[in-house]
Design a protein around this ligand. Structure first.
Ligand code: NAD
Ligand code: G6P
Ligand code: MN
Length: 445
């Protein structure tokens, strides 16, 4: 069967993840053929550096693909089947502030969790909604696959503001953890596992993992994780390719797992269970944003500039991001109705029986050309339910604050976050964040 060729626009063409996604798309052309690839960004200079290298790469490896980079929405969003969106409103300069402002008050600063995530959410909502509107104006049949963060807040905002839009929110953390689980189990692919999982984005648990014959793989995984977290056997022998902060996170997962010995946790729960440990472990003068700017950003941009200068990508040190292949799985599921089972962020609507029907939850879904069909996960225990009720309320209050311009709601959101110790500190952080975000947030009254 010949597969229909697809037209894609990557929104956030200047992202550090764009080259990895391009390489991944090129490696998957047999499964997901592409006729046109476009980049869209609102920072022309930043995007151009990635685009110039991409042009060289495509000319060498898949010259049949039409490639274009633009900052013009009409040009970008016309005649596309998929919008793959990974924008960062405010870029790393603002991520750095999200991380450092809470730390002034002894509170952990993180990209998607706690006050940092809330601040980022208040910036992202408008940017993501703008991209949906461009898509619907210029390619009304297209789907938007969104991984712009903070995905939990963005998903709640788009559910409320654009309820009929074809947008699916997805995260790569479960994929990344499942790759590690497969290594622990000695499997060739994480796709040999069928998983049950529930939670919110960056806030969930695996409850059941089986091989294709139905054998239970949880006992072996639990034995490993309670001792080593998600550090793999190879890494334990000293072969880690991770940056120190991620290595620490994968190790810390063991202490997170101890809270519920029957399940396996998402790594991000560490910020909610051990916020003081995280605050103590971080350095206000050098946060994750600094680490990313010094490593990934420098590497990606210098490599792209090198490729466009020498006009060949033969020895390119840009590699397909294997995490990113989930994006092709998702696009394929929609384009060719593959009915693949994937973890997605969707409206609960009963998937978790005893949880808010209107909460955006992360659960396994069967994905076909009509979109995701969530799989029911039954009732959840009081511990997780309590945590999730609190966190989903934080996310909903942020969206309330953005929509109504309410200072009070945002103060409530910060106060309700498990990461913030009390309402006074919440207010101090909020006032600093308002000042830092005046170019990005709606005016709060
Ligand atoms: P980055 O800053 O390198 O790239 C983001 C790009 O978005 C920049 O080029 C910027 O100019 C552009 N941009 C900002 N606002 C825009 C707007 N309104 N319209 C168009 N373009 C805009 O960031 P990065 O580290 O590469 O990350 C990109 C995004 O992907 C972030 O939101 C990050 O959190 C997210 N991400 C999500 C997952 C996930 O699990 N869902 C995984 C990895 C990265
Ligand atoms: C994971 C998460 C993403 C997050 C990223 C941060 O992949 O799922 O949501 O954006 O980590 O990575 P960074 O390397 O930018 O700190
Ligand atoms: Mn994520």
């Amino acid at each position: 069967m010949t597969l229909k060729k697809q037209s894609i626009v990557v929104a956030g063409g200047g992202s550090t993840f764009t080259p990895g996604i391009v390489m991944m798309l090129l490696e998957n052309l047999d499964k997901f053929p592409i006729r046109s690839l476009k980049f869209y960004d609102n920072d022309k200079e930043r995007q151009k550096q990635i685009a110039d290298a991409t042009e060289v790469i495509i000319k060498e490896r898949a010259p049949e693909i039409e490639f274009k980079a633009t900052t013009d929405p009409e040009e970008a969003f016309t005649d596309v089947d998929f919008v793959m969106a990974h924008i960062r409103v405010g870029k790393y300069a603002m991520r750095e502030k999200d991380e450092k402002i809470p730390m002034k008050y002894g509170v952990i600063g993180q990209e998607t969790c706690g006050p940092g995530g809330i601040a980022y959410g208040m910036r992202s909502i408008g940017g993501v909604v703008e991209i949906i509107d461009y898509m619907e104006k210029y390619s009304p049949d297209a789907w938007m696959l969104n991984y712009s963060n903070p995905a939990a807040i963005v998903a709640e905002a788009t559910r409320r503001l654009r309820p009929d839009s074809k947008i699916i929110n997805i995260c790569d953390m479960p994929v990344g953890i499942e790759l590690r689980m497969a290594e622990v189990l000695g499997l060739e692919s994480r796709k040999e596992m069928d998983v049950r999982y529930y939670g919110l984005n960056h806030f969930g648990w695996w409850t059941d993992i089986r091989d294709k014959e139905g054998n239970d793989l949880m006992p072996k995984l639990i034995d490993w994780v309670k001792e080593h977290g998600y550090i793999t056997p190879k890494e334990l022998e000293g072969a880690s390719e991770e940056e120190p902060s991620w290595e620490y996170t994968f190790g810390k997962a063991k202490e997170v797992q101890w809270l519920d010995p029957d399940t396996l946790p998402n790594t991000y729960l560490k910020y909610y269970f051990y916020p003081q440990d995280e605050a103590e472990h971080s350095d206000i003068n050098y946060t994750r944003a600094n680490e990313v700017m010094d490593n990934r950003e420098k590497h990606v941009f210098s490599e792209c500039n090198r490729i466009s200068n020498i006009k060949t990508a033969e020895d390119a040190k840009l590699v397909a991001d294997d995490h990113a292949s989930y994006i092709v799985d998702l696009a394929r599921a929609i384009a060719y109705n593959t009915k693949e089972r994937m973890l997605l962020i969707v409206p609960n609507h009963g998937a978790i029986e005893n949880f808010d029907a209107e909460g955006m939850v992360e659960v396994p879904c069967i994905v076909g050309s009509q979109g995701p069909e969530p799989m029911t996960q039954g009732s959840i225990p009081r511990f997780q339910k309590g945590l999730m009720e609190q966190q989903v309320a934080v996310e909903k209050l942020v969206v309330d604050a953005w929509i109504t311009g309410s200072y009070q709601k945002l103060w409530q959101a910060l106060t309700l976050s498990r990461i913030v110790p009390n309402a006074r500190v919440a207010k101090q952080i909020l006032d600093d964040l308002i000042e830092a975000n005046e170019d990005f947030w709606p005016v709060l009254k």
